[in-house]
Design a protein around this ligand. Structure first.
Ligand code: SAM
Ligand code: SF4
Length: 337
């Protein structure tokens, strides 16, 4: 149990004035597929004892919520492989100040869990889907699963999730043939499509600049072959996607151009890995050990001070375009995308 001592509720501001309101929590490094841009084929997972418990995660959420965090995203690894995940959603829902809870999932286990997640208070879902072609899916994910993902999407809509986002990683040499089918599928099914540029966070460490297909290129293809995409005025500054709306009013497409056009200037995110490390940036090379603090009997104020010290060391930008850029030691599935 965390200590109930009074804590300093000042906002979580870094040295560039960015106020942190958005917590991304990885609940596991495990996954039921093996996307080549994220995970190596053979992986040694963290032992269960080294993973934060739901109670520990909820305590971190309570502490940062007291300092102004109001949005939580649950991710992984694949969050839905963590047993009883809906219970964590319910625990986060009960934290005062949390306005929005979202999950990023590959969707494979969603058909079974959508209702429980909805009932527990989950607000939003991002579902990762790079292709609608079963063979291409298997090539990317190194496992079968497309059919289950599609069923998961239908079920999520049936239980009442609105504004579901489809995330597709934009990969040169792969995505070109997928752009139009994905755009049409999203338009027909009332889903918002987002393309995320391939980032140097793959477990195989095989990322190359020429594998990045920019959002600009994809937007051109959609505008030409599906319907013209026009800029929207509503894009929220702190959200990474730049949104465009279809000229005929039937939906929108977002682009997370993390490599070609980083959005660090408005970043309001902090991250907790499944093994309880605070990260102030996806691409950061430094981590702050919260799990030992949580398990040492330290009070909430001590926990928050460690979190503040990590935020204060956040850099102005992720620097992937810098010649001195060093990849983080951990891949996407270990950090939490
Ligand atoms: N397993 C869940 C999923 O796939 O949605 C959640 C975790 S996954 C790491 C979160 C997001 O990161 C997914 O949308 C995935 O496509 C994206 N991702 C993984 N590796 C990436 C990379 N190297 N570059 C860009 N996006 C990546
Ligand atoms: Fe698993 Fe998500 Fe990584 Fe794909 S992107 S391997 S689904 S954690």
């Amino acid at each position: 149990m965390g200590s109930q001592t009074a804590i300093d509720t000042a906002p979580l501001i870094d040295s560039f004035g960015r106020v942190h309101k958005n917590l991304r929590i990885s609940v596991t490094d495990r996954c039921n597929i093996r996307c080549f841009y994220c995970m190596p084929e053979t992986v040694e997972f963290l032992p269960h004892k080294d993973i934060l418990s739901f109670e520990e995660i909820a305590r971190v959420v309570r502490v940062v919520a007291a300092a102004g965090v109001d949005r939580v995203r649950i991710t992984g690894g694949e969050p839905l492989v963590r047993s009883q995940l809906h219970k964590l959603v319910g625990m986060v829902r009960a934290v005062e100040g949390i306005k929005d809870i979202a999950i990023t999932t590959n969707g494979i286990l969603l058909e079974d869990q959508a209702q429980r997640l909805k009932d527990a208070g989950l607000d939003r879902l991002n579902i990762s889907l790079d292709t609608l072609d079963p063979k291409m899916y298997e090539k990317i994910a190194r496992r079968k699963g497309l059919e289950k993902v599609l069923k998961g999407i239908v079920q999520a809509q049936e239980v009442g999730f609105k504004d579901i986002r489809l995330n597709a990683v934009a990969l040169a040499g792969i995505t070109e043939t997928e752009i139009v089918p994905l755009a049409l599928f999203a338009r027909q099914n009332d889903l918002t499509l987002r393309f995320i540029e391939f980032m140097p966070l793959d477990g195989d460490q095989a990322w190359q600049t020429d594998q990045v297909i920019s959002g600009e290129t994809i937007r051109g293809v959609i505008s030409e072959k599906v319907c013209e995409l026009l800029p929207t005025k509503e894009t929220v500054r702190s959200q990474p996607a730049v949104d465009f709306r279809y000229a005929d009013g039937q939906g929108s497409v977002g682009f997370i151009n993390s490599v070609s056009s980083p959005f660090c200037g408005a970043c309001d995110r902090l991250r907790i890995t499944a093994d309880g490390r605070l990260r102030n940036c996806l691409f950061g090379t430094e981590e702050w050990n919260l799990i030992d603090t949580l398990r040492s009997g330290a009070n909430d104020q001590t926990l928050l001070e460690i979190i503040r010290s990590g935020i204060l060391k956040k850099k102005a930008g992720h620097g992937t375009d810098d010649v001195e850029f060093k990849r983080p030691g951990r891949a996407m599935y270990q950090i939490g995308g």
